[in-house]
Structures are given as C-alpha cells and as structure tokens.
Design a protein around this ligand. Structure first.
Ligand SMILES: C[S@@+](CC[C@H](N)C(=O)[O-])C[C@H]1O[C@@H](n2cnc3c(N)ncnc32)[C@H](O)[C@@H]1O
Ligand code: SF4
Length: 368
C-alpha cells in the first residue's frame, strides 16, 4: 500500500504577520528535543507499520530549511530504513534566506528531489508589507541558486492585496525562470494573526481580477492550474499534494500534524511542550481521532476532489467507494448544475469555471 509522508518543522526565525501555521520563533534548545521526539515518533510508527511503500516525503513548516543538513539526514535516514519507492518525491520548503549554493548542494546530496521556495514576491514594497526577512534581490538569487542544482523547483507567491501592476511584475519575473510549479495564494487574513488584529482587509473585486489574470497568464506560459492555488508544467504537479486531494493514506509526523490512515483521521497536539513530553515518555501525541464511516469518507473524498481542476471522475469514484455519487448528491448536484457553479463534462463533475473556484468553499459546503 502506498503512503505519503509529511514532516512538520514548527520553527521560524520570525513570525510573519499573516501566518497562522503552527510555528514558533526559533529556539535552539527546544529544537534539539523536538527532533529527538520527531525521530522517535517516526520510528515507532514504522516499527508497527512496515509494509507501506513510501511515495512522497514532504518537509513543511514553519521553516524546515533552518535545520542543519545533518539534522535533516537524521530524519530522512529514520524513514529510509523502510520501503521507499524508487521515484519517491522528496520535497523541502526553503526560505529564500537559506537558499545558498552550499546549503542547496547539501540538500541535493542528502536526497531531496524537489525544492519549494517561499518567494512570495519579487517586489520590495510588497515584501516589506509582508514583513519578510528577504528582499527582491534575494528572491532572484534564491531561484537562480536553486535551478542551478534542481530540476523540480516550485515557488510560493502571495497576492490579492497589492496593486495590479505589482502582480504583473511578479508574474513576469516568475516566468523568467524554468520553474516547474507555482503555488499562488490569495492572502488570507486568519484569526490570531497580526494582520487580523490590525484589521487588514482585501477588496473582493481586486482579488477576482488578479485571480483570473494569474490563471490566464500562467496558462500562456504552459503552467496550468490543477488546483485552486496550484499551477504546474505538465507532469510536475506535486505528487504529495495530489495524494491529499485524492484522499489517499498519508501520515503526518510532528507538532499539529494530521494523518489519514485506513479511514481513520488523526491529529497531533499543537502544544510544543506537550508534543515533546508525550512522545519522549512513550505516549501518543494524538489528540484527535475519528473513524470515518463510509458516508463521511464519500463526502470528504468528493469535496476534496472538487478542489482540483479535473474534478471527480464519476466511474472511478463510484468504483472506489462502491456507491452512486450522482444518486447520493442528486438534489445538491441539480441545484449547482442549475446555478452553473458545477458542471458535468465527459463523465466528470467539476467546478464550472475559474471564477467559481473563488467561491468553492461556499459551493462545497452544500456537500458536507
Ligand atoms: C507553511 S508556509 C511555509 C513556507 C516558508 N516558511 C516561507 O514562509 O517561506 C507555506 C506557504 O503558505 C503561504 N501562506 C502562509 N500564510 C498565508 C496566508 N495567510 N495567506 C496566504 N498564503 C499564506 C505562503 O506562500 C507560504 O510560503
Ligand atoms: S510564512 Fe513561513 S516563515 Fe513566515 S511564519 Fe509562516 S511558516 Fe514561518
């Protein structure tokens, strides 16, 4: 059975004012204990579950690139003792400040196959607004250094709040490079963040205009949208993310990580001390566990699948879940076909057009 592995590194040099991911400003003493716990958590999972074939490993955060190469090796070696697929996609999120030639060379030697750079923008004004630790020049240098060593490079961009010209400038700069993948996120103002407290808000009209422009622009450069926020050259769609959207089994290790294994959903604690103490004293860090009955599995798989551009292939879906999805959602589907928010094309159900992707949460809430 295939397995997709996520590793969470919850440390950052400085917390960004928009970010609600579970991450803390760097603390070396905790980092050491955290890694000890992380390795132990991985080890104990695979000791009990050693028949999986690992298809992807994804180091996310936080800032995994603040780990030293030897710390990354320690984690990877713990996993590599088990059955890793030959074509395993091994990704790490790298902050531009860490993307030095020397560090990237080490990442390559260790076995990473894909780099995801947190560029966010090539514009100094925008980077300052986001209070990033890097400037435009460092955005360029980070990409130059990375593409010299890696074929499969992705960048993250944030947009939706700036003036339209700046988005155009960012996109023009992005396509100067032979990038294989771009994740472009509309800035979301999340509860608990500094931007939320400061009541930063976005103009809907601006967001829609930018979203539609971005899709069209990247398509012209053969970087095609395959999920709301994700764009790739053909064959370079992230294997790891696709596993989530296809509702495959995945395991998350580390603080706040979630997993979905054999129809059970798990979530680890998001309290750092609690995580370390529990794992190091042989207790489970899981604080939430839910066995999904078949109804829930079908609903979740349907809703997650609809986030992708190709949507849900009806025959495949019905076979996998031994169901008739068009019967189950008869009422909801006819409502959304009528509203032209969803459409049925060549045996697949999908979001009707790119504009509707922006209200996808509202559409999908009808199916939960
Ligand atoms: C988990 S973060 C980690 C990446 C890395 N630490 C960095 O900041 O470069 C992954 C990506 O999520 C996006 N992101 C984080 N907070 C966001 C927000 N509030 N709105 C939109 N995108 C966000 C950013 O593009 C970021 O690169
Ligand atoms: S955006 Fe990245 S660097 Fe900034 S706080 Fe979030 S995880 Fe850390």
């Amino acid at each position: 059975m295939n397995l997709y592995v996520y590793i969470h590194i919850p440390f950052c040099y400085k917390k960004c004012p928009y970010c609600s991911f579970i991450s803390y400003e760097k603390s070396i003493s905790t980092k050491h204990l955290y890694l000890k716990a992380l390795v132990k958590e991985i080890e104990s999972f695979f000791l009990k579950n050693n028949s999986y074939k690992i298809e992807t490993i994804y180091f996310g955060g936080g800032t995994p690139s603040l780990l030293k190469p030897e710390e990354l090796v320690l984690i990877l070696n713990t996993i590599k003792k088990y059955h890793i697929s030959k074509a395993c996609e091994i990704t790490i999120e790298v902050n531009p400040n860490n993307a030095t030639k020397n560090y990237l060379q080490k990442l390559k030697e260790i076995g990473f196959t894909r780099i995801s750079l947190g560029i966010q923008s090539f514009n100094n004004q925008k980077l300052q607004f986001l209070q990033r630790l890097h400037n435009a020049q460092e955005s360029f240098r980070a990409i130059e250094n990375t593409i010299e060593l890696f074929n499969n490079v992705s960048i993250d961009l944030i947009y939706g709040f700036e003036n339209f010209n700046i988005l155009q400038e960012d996109l023009n700069n992005a396509v100067l490079f032979p990038l294989k993948h771009i994740s472009a996120y509309i800035l979301s103002i999340e509860k608990g963040t500094l931007f939320y407290k400061q009541k930063v808000y976005l103009q809907e009209e601006n967001v829609e205009k930018q979203f539609l422009y971005l899709i069209k622009f990247l398509k012209k450069h053969n970087i095609n949208q395959y999920e709301i926020s994700n764009f790739a050259k053909k064959g370079f769609e992230s294997k790891h993310n696709q596993a989530y959207w296809q509702n495959y089994d995945y395991i998350g290790f580390g603080l706040s990580a979630s997993s979905h294994i054999n129809s059970v959903r798990y979530k680890n604690t998001d309290n750092l001390d609690d995580y370390i103490n529990k794992v190091l004293s042989d207790k489970s860090p899981v604080v939430y566990k839910e066995r999904l009955n078949i109804d829930k599995q079908i609903k979740e798989a349907f809703v997650i699948g609809l986030r992708t551009i190709k949507g849900i292939n009806i025959n495949n879906f019905n076979q996998r879940y031994n169901c008739n999805i068009e019967e189950i959602f008869k009422k909801e589907l006819s409502k959304h076909y009528e509203l032209k928010t969803l459409k049925k094309v060549r045996g697949s159900i999908k979001i009707a057009n790119p504009k509707k992707l922006l209200i996808s949460n509202y559409i999908l809430s009808d199916f939960i």
